[in-house]
Ligand binder design. Structure first.
Ligand code: XIL
Length: 379
């Protein structure tokens, strides 16, 4: 049978269509495999915080998603003093070691969180055997040995350490933590010196929340100046970034990015999430000791976020990333405080038992409109 011209044309058209579909599928597949880390590869690291539950019992596909989307990892809780060093002679390394192995398997920028903090730090740290507050010298020695052991264990492997967390009390100056009360303001200097000795190559950060607050901004700028004057090296400032739809004022946040960068340190956005629930009283910080009683009014979306709120979340995330891109020369990393909404601490802080939507992936680890808004800035 001879093939007439018409059949031939039809066949090649079909073939062309099939090829086009294959190509489109290939492009779609490639895009599907392209994560935020690839889109932002010339701008800054894109990180996530990993909690214990996901580390030890990851939902199906979780590790693959993390490897696809992120190139930086922070351990959410298990390098904190109470977890890693719960008793004077007891160290618990399982989780931190596993976290390091997972990150290194994927060539991640590894962030250690945290060496010196007042929260999630056991009481015994500050007291002697008789329960009396340790002297300045004894507490400094304890701090040094903790930093030596923890930062020393991961020397050359943790790329950035949150050396000191939350030493500033909003506009009131130094937070009156046991570190400050028992050592004095130079506890920060010592922490950075000890960290530098234990982890010479690591990027050393001061980390805090509400960094848009002008009082905090000035205080931290002065702290950096003083550290440098005293010959203490600090590489960066961590702006946590626990933000909401209405707060903070992005212009104030921007002023802080600029002010820190002007001191010659890098800016890391260390704990980004966007609270979608009503503000409990005037709560806009990340003061861990705050908590408020649950009420249904404070938990308006237990069964899903309405479309208009989903759009607001996406638009607000796009605003934040526009700001970060504008300052990509100053920003080394943007890390989300978790991956999917179900795992966020924001479901329980500052009110326990709510259903929050602060991240870019939903409870089934699907990309949300907010994800696409952030990705679209780079497409
Ligand atoms: C939070 C964790 O996400 C929670 O799981 C834990 O119960 C409390 O701490 N600032 C920080 C982080 O520096 O360590 C905190 O992480 C969130 C606020």
């Amino acid at each position: 049978m001879t093939i007439n011209r018409r059949t031939l044309l039809k066949r090649s058209a079909l073939l062309a269509a099939a090829l086009a579909t294959t190509k489109q599928n290939a492009i779609a597949k490639a895009l599907e495999q392209t994560g935020l880390k690839d889109l932002y590869k010339n701008d800054f690291y894109i990180g996530t915080a990993i909690g214990n539950a996901r580390l030890n019992n990851p939902p199906a596909g979780f590790n693959a998603l993390v490897a696809r989307e992120f190139n930086a990892m922070t351990m959410e809780n298990d390098m904190k003093w109470e977890r890693v060093h719960p008793e004077p002679e007891k160290w618990v390394w399982d989780h931190a070691d596993k976290f390091m192995a997972l990150g290194e398997q994927h060539g991640m920028y590894m962030v250690g969180h945290v060496l010196v903090w007042h929260s999630q730090t056991p009481r015994w740290v500050f007291n002697d055997d008789a329960g009396q507050p340790l002297s300045r010298e004894a507490l400094l020695a304890r701090m040094k040995s903790h930093i030596d052991t923890l930062a020393g264990r991961y020397r050359g492997r943790v790329h950035a350490w949150d050396v000191v967390n939350e030493a500033v009390d909003e506009d009131k100056g130094w937070r009156k933590s046991p570190w400050f009360n028992q050592i004095g303001p130079d506890f920060v200097d010592h922490a950075f010196r000890y960290a530098r000795e234990a982890a010479p190559e690591a990027h050393l950060l001061y980390n805090d929340y509400n960094m848009h607050n002008p009082g905090k901004r000035e205080f931290v700028v002065d702290m950096i100046k003083r550290l440098k004057k005293n010959g203490v090296s600090i590489d960066g400032v961590g702006m946590q970034g626990h933000v909401g739809l209405e707060y903070p004022d992005i212009a104030e946040f921007e002023k802080s990015i600029e002010a820190f960068a002007a001191e010659g340190v890098a800016v890391h956005i260390t704990e980004l999430d966007l609270d979608m629930l009503p503000v409990a009283w005037d709560h806009i910080g990340a003061e861990i000791s705050d908590s408020f009683e649950y009420s249904d009014e404070l938990n308006p979306y237990p069964n899903g976020l309405p479309a208009d709120m989903e759009e607001k979340l996406a638009a607000r995330y796009a605003e934040w990333f526009k700001l970060f891109l504008k300052h990509r020369d100053k920003i080394a990393r943007v890390t989300f405080w978790g991956t999917g909404d179900s795992e966020s601490w924001k479901n329980d802080f500052p009110v326990t038992g709510r259903t929050n939507y602060p991240l870019l992936f939903d409870r089934d680890y699907q990309r949300k409109p907010a994800y696409h808004a952030v990705a679209a800035l780079k497409k």
